[in-house]
Write a protein that binds this ligand. Structure first.
Ligand code: GLU
Length: 486
C-alpha cells in the first residue's frame, strides 16, 4: 500500500509546537516510506479562519523544512485543498446521506437545544441531542420553514453500537455510539462541520493514515460512523500524545512560547527545532540524540511513538540548539545574527561592507559556543562594541588595587598604540610580551586588562575582545577605567 498522509490545520492562529509535531510526524512517516504528504486547510470555521494564519502556518513549515507533495500552493489531483472551496463536494455526500435516511434536517432553536441539555444534565445524563427532528413529516418541515427557521443537517447516530478504533499508537479504543447523540454535519449556513468535512476529504484524497494529536481521539468515533454510513473504508489512525510542560500540565501559552515562529524570532535554528520536536513523543531505538532531517526520515516509525505524554523541556531545546550552533561555521550565521545586532542599533545599513561582515563573523566566532540561541548574542555585544565599561564588582575593584596594575595598563596602552594592526594574533602577543617585560604571571596581566576593558572578571576570550573592539574603543575604555581608578 502506498502511504498517503496529510496535515490539515485550521488556520485560526499561528502554527503551534503541537501542530508542527503533527506536521513533522506525517512528513517523516511519508518520506520514510516513499509516500505522499498532503497539506490541506480546514477553514470551515469562517469567523476564526484567516488567510493570514494560513500564510503564517506555511511560513513556519517552510522554515522548519517541511514540504508537501500535494495541497495548497503545490496543487495535485485531489484539489481544491481548502475546505471552503469544496462545498459542492460535501453537498453531494450530504444529499446521499439524506436520501439513505442517515442524515436529516433539524430545526431546533438554540433555546430548545439548551433546554434539552439542561434536562439531561439534571438527570445526570450526558448532554446530547436526542433526535427530536429525526422523524419530521414534510408538513412539519414546511411549517418550520414558514417560521423562517434555517435547518442544520444532523447525522443519525446508530444505536447500541460499539465503535472500535485500533489506534496505531494507543491500541484498541472502544467508544459507545449511545453517548454521542445525533451531531451536526452541516451548519445552517451550509458549511460542513469539521467531523464531517474531514471524512469526505480524507476519503477523496485517498489518505491511508491519519496521524494527529490526541485531542482528536474523541472526534474519531464520530468520523468512523460517517465512513461506515458512506460505505467507505476508514484510514488507520494514530493519535499522538499531548504535550505537557515540565510540571506535567498541558502546555500552554503560560509556559512560554508555543508558536513555532517565536523560536525563529528568538534565534533558534530550524534543524534544532525539528530535532527537538521529533523527540517529543518519538523515541529512537539507540542512543542517538541528534538527527538531521534525512536521518529522521530514515529512523522515524509510528511503532516508536509513545503513548505517554510528551514533555516540552526548554532546557533540552537549548541543549540541542547549542549543539547545532557549535557545528555551524560562524560565517554562515552572520545573516541570522544581524537582526539582533540591528535591534541594538548596530550595523543599520541595508548592505554590509566586507569589513563589517568580517567583524560580525569574528563576533559570532567569539560567542557561538556560549549561547543557546542567537538572540542571546545581545548579552555579549557590550564586550565588543563601544567605549562603555561595566561597573566593577567589589572583587574586580580589589584586583585593580594591586601595585602592578598601573604598570600593566600603561604598557598595554603603549603597545596598543604601537601595534600596526590589532588582530587576535597581535593581541595575544601583546599580552604575552607584557608578562615577560614586567616579569608577571599571566593572570596578573590578563585580569587587570580584562577588567579595564570590560569591567568583568569573566567573559569571552580577551584576544577576541581586543581584536573586535579595535584601537579607538580600547583607548576609550582605558580612559574610562583610568578615570575610575584616579
Ligand atoms: N483541522 C484540525 C485541526 O487543526 C485537523 C484535525 C485532523 O488532523 O483531523 O486540529
Amino acid at each position: 500500500m502506498t502511504v498517503k498522509v496529510r496535515f490539515a490545520p485550521s488556520p485560526t492562529g499561528p502554527l503551534h509546537i503541537g501542530g508542527a509535531r503533527s506536521a513533522l510526524f506525517n512528513y517523516l512517516f511519508a518520506a520514510g516510506r516513499g509516500g505522499t504528504f498532503v497539506f490541506r486547510i480546514e477553514d470551515t470555521d469562517l469567523e476564526r479562519s484567516s488567510r493570514e494564519s494560513e500564510q503564517d502556518i506555511m511560513k513556519a513549515l517552510h522554515w522548519l523544512g517541511i514540504t508537501w507533495d500535494e495541497g495548497i500552493d503545490a496543487g495535485g489531483d485531489s484539489g481544491p485543498y481548502r475546505q471552503t472551496e469544496r462545498l459542492d463536494t460535501y453537498q453531494h455526500y450530504t444529499e446521499k446521506l439524506m436520501q439513505s435516511g442517515q442524515a436529516y434536517y433539524c430545526y431546533c432553536s438554540e433555546a430548545e437545544l439548551e433546554q434539552e441539555r439542561q434536562e439531561l444534565s439534571a438527570r445526570g445524563e450526558t448532554p446530547r441531542y436526542l433526535g427530536k427532528c429525526r422523524h419530521l413529516t414534510p408538513d412539519q418541515r414546511l411549517a418550520y420553514e414558514a417560521e423562517g427557521r434555517k435547518p442544520v443537517v444532523r447525522f443519525k447516530v446508530p444505536e447500541g453500537q460499539d465503535i472500535v478504533i485500533n489506534d496505531l499508537v494507543r491500541g484498541k479504543v472502544v467508544f459507545e455510539s449511545d453517548g454521542i447523540g445525533d451531531y451536526i454535519i452541516v451548519k445552517s449556513d451550509g458549511i460542513p462541520t469539521y467531523n464531517y468535512a474531514v471524512v469526505i476529504d480524507d476519503v477523496l484524497m485517498h489518505i491511508t493514515h491519519v496521524v494527529r494529536g490526541e485531542e482528536h481521539l474523541s472526534n474519531t468515533p464520530r468520523q468512523v460512523l460517517i465512513y461506515e454510513a458512506l460505505g467507505m473504508k476508514a484510514p488507520d489512525f494514530a493519535h499522538i500524545s499531548l504535550i505537557l510542560n515540565t510540571e506535567g500540565r498541558k502546555m500552554s501559552k503560560r509556559d512560554g512560547d508555543t508558536a513555532v515562529m517565536d523560536y525563529y524570532h528568538k534565534g533558534y535554528l530550524p534543524e534544532a527545532v525539528v530535532n527537538f520536536i521529533a523527540l517529543m513523543g518519538w523515541s529512537p531505538s539507540g542512543e542517538q540524540e541528534f538527527f538531521t532531517m534525512e536521518e529522521l526520515k530514515q529512523a522515524f516509525s509510528l511503532e516508536k511513538v509513545s503513548k505517554s505524554p510528551a514533555v516540552f523541556d526548554l532546557n533540552k531545546l537549548n541543549y540541542i540548539n547549542a549543539h547545532y550552533l557549535k557545528q555551524k561555521e560562524a560565517a554562515d550565521l552572520v545573516e541570522l545574527v544581524l537582526p539582533f545586532l540591528r535591534d541594538k542599533g548596530i550595523f543599520p545599513a541595508a548592505v554590509l561592507s566586507e569589513s563589517e561582515r568580517q567583524w560580525i563573523t569574528a563576533f559570532v566566532e567569539a560567542v557561538k559556543e556560549k549561547i543557546n540561541c542567537l538572540s542571546e548574542v545581545k548579552d555579549y555585544i557590550h564586550y565588543f562594541v563601544g567605549t562603555e565599561v561595566d561597573d566593577f564588582t567589589e572583587e574586580a575593584e580589589a584586583i585593580m588595587q594591586a601595585d602592578t596594575v598601573s604598570a600593566v595598563l600603561d604598557l598595554f596602552a603603549s603597545k596598543i598604540r604601537q601595534a600596526e594592526i590589532l588582530d587576535m594574533a597581535t593581541s595575544k602577543c601583546i599580552l604575552k610580551e607584557i608578562t615577560k617585560e614586567l616579569s608577571l604571571k599571566g593572570k596578573d596581566v590578563f585580569m587587570p586588562v580584562r577588567i579595564a576593558l570590560t569591567g568583568q572578571m569573566h567573559g569571552p576570550d580577551l584576544d577576541r575582545i581586543m581584536a573586535l573592539l579595535g584601537k579607538d574603543n580600547i583607548y576609550g575604555r582605558l580612559a574610562q577605567t583610568a578615570g575610575r581608578r584616579s
